[in-house]
Design a protein around this ligand. Structure first.
Ligand code: MSP
Length: 482
């Protein structure tokens, strides 16, 4: 891969229900990063649907629909949801596709060739919500999953196992030698602890039912859903089907995930890759969780908020702004409709929206849309440099806060200098033109900085604050009806 290529992934989501704001958050972050890096070079942003899970089979049963038809319909809903949110993944991978199945078979055979698959009997406690066995050493006394609050199922099965323990030390060493491999640091420590104390060989198949990817050469078993799902990061870029494309993009630069699935991504996945003789991703970034009224959002807890409805009311950019400023990198945050409304009114409508429409109006009215020739390039470059640096550090809240410090400063400058008074003063024209030029340059810089974060707003600003002639702007964030 050339150094400029950037490959960013989101988890592939279970399609047993519609997306909620938690899923939207990860996908929005990936979209921001993809737009940010696309300014420098070729960028690939993948997302998709995790379809071979038992959850989907159950949901299809409940809906009274054949599984394939159910996941076909749901995958369409999910990809349409990303579309309406203005998210632009390069590809949407579906794990029930032929492309994915071929890649998974190829991967399985590589791991078999390394001698890392063996047959054994597994007895353990399974959580269907996690689609995972709970380690004996981590088993809660009440046999209830701490995350999903559901009873664990006791299972005994003849399965294939992956010799994960063989790679424990190599993965630990990699983590130690690459401090940025897992961020934030708190998550890295959690993973190191897990690898040291709980990471063992893992069952990677189950007796075949009608759904799932069959084990190559043994159709009596299907591949365990995580062992198949993780491979999506390879198959979406052509592993096992398009070698040249695969070479162009692998290894991934950033796997974006929520903190719930770090063990799979930071322990199992690197072990799988080492076994298949593939380079490890450069970085795994685990973000925190949104709560609603302090409770985890989930399909099963039933407090999911539909991002599409919010988008229809507030617009995509407002939703992006609110979510990205609510969740400082690595921490959890609370989502509330009142909070969104408040951010919309204060920061967007009265903050940036008001600034852009006031300045464009004044430039049109007082100086006929014409700015002075000189602009302060240093100020512009420094401002954009700082926003980019914060984005590179994945400090999305920091980047937006920095942009808004300029928004507030500009609004204050207008209040302090009162251009409408200058407009009435004899001989103050040059001063007024200089002031409005400076404000317009700042708005232009704000628009440019917002490009990955709020693409629609950024575009509108660029169109209106065109240096040849500034045009009066329609309100960027119209007042909300009820
Ligand atoms: N299918 C697996 C992932 C396989 S990846 C090889 C899965 N799917 S999921 O539908 O449950 O999605 C989990 C992901 O959704 C989380 O890791 C996170 O990215 C996102 N979120 C789900 N709930 C969330 C919040 N409440 N807050 C923020 N993000 C959350 O796990």
């Amino acid at each position: 891969m050339t150094t400029d290529n950037v490959y960013i992934t989101t988890p592939i989501y279970y399609v047993n229900a519609m997306p909620h704001i938690g899923h939207a958050y990860t996908t929005i972050v990936a979209d921001v990063l993809a737009r940010h890096f696309a300014r420098k070079g070729p960028t690939f942003f993948s997302t998709g649907s995790d379809e071979n899970s038992l959850k989907n089979v159950e949901a299809a049963k409940r809906a009274g629909t054949p599984v394939q038809q159910y996941v076909d319909e749901m995958a369409l809903h999910w990809s349409a949801a990303w579309d309406s949110l203005g998210l632009e993944p390069t590809e949407f991978i579906r794990t029930s596709s032929e492309q994915h199945r071929k890649g998974v078979h190829h991967f399985w055979r590589e791991v078999v060739a390394r001698g890392d698959i063996y047959k054994g009997t597994y007895q353990g406690h399974y959580c269907q919500g996690c689609e995972a066995y709970i380690n004996q050493s981590e088993l809660p006394e009440d046999r209830t999953c701490p995350l999903h609050k559901t009873k664990l199922t006791e299972l005994e099965q003849e399965n294939y196992f992956f010799r994960a323990s063989k790679y424990r030390d190599a993965v630990l060493l990699h983590i130690e030698q690459n401090p940025d491999f897992i961020v934030p640091e708190s998550r890295r420590n959690e993973v190191v602890n897990y690898l040291k104390h709980h990471f063992d060989d893992i069952s990677v198949s189950r007796p075949a039912t009608e759904w799932g990817i069959p084990v190559p050469d043994d159709p009596s078993q299907v591949i365990y859903v995580w062992f198949d799902a993780l491979v999506n990061y390879l198959t979406v870029i052509g592993y096992g089907t398009d070698t040249e494309k695969f070479r162009q993009w692998w290894p991934a630069d950033i796997h974006l995930i929520g903190k719930d699935i770090i063990k799979f991504h930071c322990a199992l996945w690197p072990a799988m890759l080492l076994s298949a003789n593939l380079p490890l991703p450069r970085q795994i970034v685990a973000h925190g969780f949104f709560t609603v009224d302090g409770e985890k959002i989930s399909k099963s807890l039933g407090n999911a908020i539909n991002p599409i409805a919010l988008m229809a009311k507030y617009g995509n950019d407002a939703l992006r702004y609110y979510m990205l400023t609510r969740l400082p990198f690595g921490s959890d945050g609370n989502f509330s409709l009142e909070g969104l409304q408040e951010a919309y009114n204060a920061d967007l409508a009265n903050g940036l929206g008001n600034l852009a429409s006031r300045v464009s109006n004044m430039v049109a009215r007082y100086i006929s849309g014409q700015l002075l020739g000189e602009i302060n390039m240093m100020r512009y470059i420094e401002f954009l440099g700082e926003v980019r640096a914060r984005t590179n550090r994945l400090d999305f809240k920091g980047a937006l806060d920095y942009i808004w410090s300029l928004v507030r400063e500009c609004n204050k400058r207008i209040e302090d200098t009162k251009p409408w008074v200058l407009a009435k003063q004899e001989g103050a024209h040059n001063k007024l033109a200089a002031l409005l030029t400076e404000l317009s340059c700042d708005i232009l810089a704000i628009g440019e900085a917002l490009e990955p974060y709020m693409p629609n707003t950024s575009h509108k600003i660029a169109v209106s604050f065109n240096f040849d002639r500034i045009k009066k702007m329609e309100p960027l964030f119209p007042r909300l009806g009820d």
